[in-house]
Design a protein. Sequence first.
Length: 228
Amino acid sequence: MTIVSEIRERIIKESEEKYRKFSTSLLPGVTNVAGVRIPVLRKIARDIAKSDWQTFLDNTNCIYMEETMLKGIVIGLVKEPPEKILHLIQAFIPEINNWAVCDTFCCGLKFIKENQPLVWDFLQQYLYSAKEFEIRSAVVILLNFYIDEEYLGRVLNTLNKIKTDDYYAQMAIAWAISICYIKFEKETLEFLQSCNLDKFTFNKTIQKIIESYRIPKETKQKLKLLKK
């Protein structure tokens, strides 16, 4: 039995019908959800990373969404030089077609913490892409690994320049700026007062900030006044 068929059997065994229906309801247009919970997938991914992970990643015939999601999680686990991991990321990104696979993949790329300059340059091709999930992938990587004192200005400047009408890309931008606000309120407020984000993305940004439990009630009232 190959690793691909072995993992597929594990996915079927670990699937839950109730969870499949719930997950499918959150993923419009995605019809191949098996219904395996994320902690279970992470355990399976750790097993793959200790075995023939390259063969698993090379599989281009994923039947279940969870197979694709596992590929993304495994990339974040393998112990390889950063250049090799970037090659794996480049091969994987075209397979991303929903926010769940995207976000689960991006948050696991811990090697970025020690390789910020290298990965920043790599991300530019995706930040200004015309493809929805290429943009979202790059933006979600930014919000996970680049919202710090050194990169804040560059992150905000970059997000301000992205031009997209794609919903999941716009929502990622709003999410990223909301995290900037939570971590760097003064600088991000100044950005919001002068940026040229489109109306939808700007208002979603304000909404996401207001939804945060870390923002005081009086501040939320003032932010509402900024909405376009």
